[in-house]
Design a protein around this ligand. Structure first.
Ligand code: MRU
Length: 356
């Protein structure tokens, strides 16, 4: 991924600290932050300095390595792993990454444990980058097909930020877009603003600008009319947890976009690395849906004339607000799942064929 012309990953380990791009400051300020302790990593996940299912997983993996570096005591490492898993509830990659780290570290008491932890965390991040790249190669075929029929700009709608900022590199939903752009296919992206935290406006549009891909931010309720007008050729979104039956839990509002796409015969794709598949839960009702502070709705953040980040109240002081962070799109509204191994039907059989 490119920021001001320079290649970055979203997380890396350097001089005994984790380095991240602080996403709470984007798009107005580009700040690289250091995480020195496992508590720093837990806090970064909680306050969303890092976010997006795959990047949360990568941060948790490196966070556990920081725990080992801090105090190589099995009890401390175990407690740290529990706290990491609890830092955000919905994205399954978090638990997946912590479980993988704990399995790797189990029974290792030697002084090599830190190297092993750091290597495994890097391995998790390298793998995510490779998987996201493959998602792009697989998803590119869908965009090519649309372009070959249309021979004109392909209009893609996306929700939230499932871009490189949500992963280690490439992104999930954006990876096919970046691959198509590199191939010279003319593209335009409709970016859902994605209230309340505006990840679409603040992060996806920022990324697309850096990559010089034409994009337009729209209010979350605009997608429907654009689809009715034939101005959306396809939707691609990410996911925080995909059930083995093909149901997809993603940022709040995804479900409504899928309904509108279904009503207007617009293909609706979900892009994901296999680390986002939850093979254990069979019923969407059992997915823990994160409920965040109502303050995220009642207050809006932006910059003032001095480029300082400010927060202002926009609701009546007495009003209550409900802030559910995710919803579930039933598999029947999903055209296909774009994974690192290929494109599958959103169903148990489809996923099973790819991931035996
Ligand atoms: O609450 P967030 O910003 O962590 O939301 C998660 C997401 O980034 C999205 O739901 C995304 O579309 C899936 S993660 C690639």
């Amino acid at each position: 991924m490119r920021i001001k012309g320079k290649e970055y990953r979203t997380i890396w380990f350097e001089n005994n600290v984790i380095k991240i791009i602080d996403q709470t400051k984007l798009p107005h300020q580009f700040v690289i932050k250091e995480l020195k302790t496992v508590n720093d990593a837990i806090n970064a996940i909680k306050v969303m300095e890092v976010r997006g299912a795959p990047l949360i997983g990568g941060t948790a993996a490196y966070g556990l390595a920081l725990a080992v570096q801090e105090n190589n005591d099995p009890e401390f490492i175990k407690n740290s792993s529990k706290e990491l898993v609890q830092s955000r509830p919905t994205a399954i990659n978090l638990k997946w990454a912590v479980d993988r780290m704990m399995k790797k570290l189990s029974g290792i008491n030697s002084h090599q444990i830190l190297d092993i932890a750091l290597n495994e965390a890097k391995e998790i991040c390298d793998e995510d980058e490779k998987f996201c790249e493959n998602i792009g190669i697989n998803g590119l075929k869908i965009i090519e097909e649309i372009y070959n029929k249309k021979r004109d700009t392909v209009n893609i709608l996306t929700h939230c930020n499932a871009g490189w900022l949500a992963t280690i590199n490439w992104g999930t939903a954006t990876s096919p877009i970046y691959h198509a752009h590199k191939k010279g296919i003319p593209l335009h992206v409709w970016v859902d603003e994605t209230r309340p935290r505006n990840q679409g406006a603040n992060l996806t549009s920022y990324e697309l600008n850096e990559e010089e891909i034409p994009n337009t931010i729209i209010a979350d309720n605009t997608g429907g009319i654009l689809m009715q007008r034939g101005e959306v050729d396809m939707c691609i979104v990410g996911t925080d947890r995909t059930l083995s039956n093909g149901d997809v839990c993603n940022k709040i509002g995804t479900y409504l976009k899928a309904l509108a796409a279904h009503d207007n015969n617009v293909p609706f794709y979900v892009a994901l690395p296999s680390s986002t598949i939850d093979w254990d839960i069979n019923d969407a009702k059992d997915i823990p849906i994160e409920e965040r502070k109502s303050e995220e709705l009642s207050h809006v953040e932006g910059v003032d004339e001095n480029n300082e980040i400010k927060k202002v109240l926009i609701y009546p002081t007495k009003s209550k607000a409900l802030n559910l962070a995710f919803d579930v799109t039933p598999a029947k509204y999903i055209t296909g799942l774009i994974t690192e191994r290929g494109i599958s039907e959103a169903s148990f059989d489809g996923l099973k064929k790819l991931f035996k």
